[in-house]
Ligand binder design. Structure first.
Ligand code: SAM
Length: 262
């Protein structure tokens, strides 16, 4: 796409210049003709053209930049271009009868918030995102590992996550300061959706606020016989730290303490 455009730092604009990496990202989404694809932050279309080559049923592009959005609409007339802040997009409004796949080389400053919402609210079956390398490691971290934190427990409460590959700063213009990672989310139909996602989010955030402390200290105001019994059944000790809990166990913890939790 030919646009004379000065990259805006405020919009996290680091445009991908390497076509092989762009193709690899799109290939990893495994788009078929029955899929509807939504791309976040298409920018100058580095991923977009490869998405269209895969001929999805529908393509929606959400681009906040008010100069790039009309240029995208002109270049890709079959796509629906929405000039909007993706943070304001209502993910629940995506038609759940469509086979949605979401992709984006995400602006670093809003990537975590976007993925937090998309995992919980969108009906997408798969997502592939390029994010800051460190964020990619955290989102795909396993329970018990050093990188496992609130965002890992939250996103893994809804989907399985996979680290795909690392991308160096040299393939972007302008170059970001850090490496990037491409990660994938798979919807997990085997997982029961949390009954009260907001409550679960509060408990996860609360626990990881004190990630170096033991659960006995973190949960001292909520200790009850039922909590202790649940912990024993789950093999969790009061001396464990929050990273010892799996996403499903956070849900169990929330169920035990929800009546006393602010
Ligand atoms: N996909 C392009 C590529 O790979 O070269 C651009 C990626 S660039 C890292 C991020 C893109 O997201 C930019 O086009 C930027 O304008 C757009 N963007 C930034 N913040 C956004 C937001 N809140 N909502 C939607 N798009 C946003």
């Amino acid at each position: 796409m030919e646009v004379r455009h000065k990259a805006k730092k405020s919009l996290g604009q680091n445009f991908l210049q390497d076509d092989n990496i762009a193709r690899k990202i799109v290939d990893s989404l495994k788009i078929s003709e029955k899929d509807s694809v939504l791309e976040i932050g298409p920018g100058q279309g580095a991923l977009t053209k490869h998405i269209l080559e895969a001929a999805p049923k529908k393509l929606v592009l959400i681009e906040k930049d008010r100069y790039l959005a009309p240029a995208l609409a002109e270049e890709y007339p079959t796509a629906e271009v929405i000039q909007e802040d993706a943070l304001k997009f209502v993910w629940e409004d995506l038609d759940p009868s469509e086979n949605w796949k979401i992709v984006g080389n995400l602006p670093y400053n809003v990537a975590s918030k976007l993925m937090w919402d998309i995992a919980a609210k969108s009906p997408a079956v798969n997502c592939v995102f390029m994010v800051q390398h460190e964020v990619g490691l955290r989102i795909t971290a396993e329970q018990g590992s050093k990188k496992y934190g609130g965002i890992s427990a939250w996103i893994q409460s809804f989907c399985q996550t996979q680290y795909l590959f690392q991308v160096p700063p040299t393939v972007f213009k302008p170059k970001p300061k850090v490496d990037s990672a491409v990660i994938k989310f798979y919807l997990r139909p085997d997982l029961e959706k949390p009954s009260d996602p907001e409550g679960l989010a509060r408990v996860i955030k609360f626990c990881f606020q004190f990630r170096r402390k033991q659960l006995g200290k973190i949960l001292k105001s909520f200790i009850s016989d039922s909590l202790l019994q649940w912990m024993e059944e789950e093999g969790i000790s009061l001396k464990d730290r929050p990273e010892a809990l799996s996403p499903v166990q956070f849900q169990g913890l929330y169920n035990c303490i929800k009546n006393d939790f602010p």
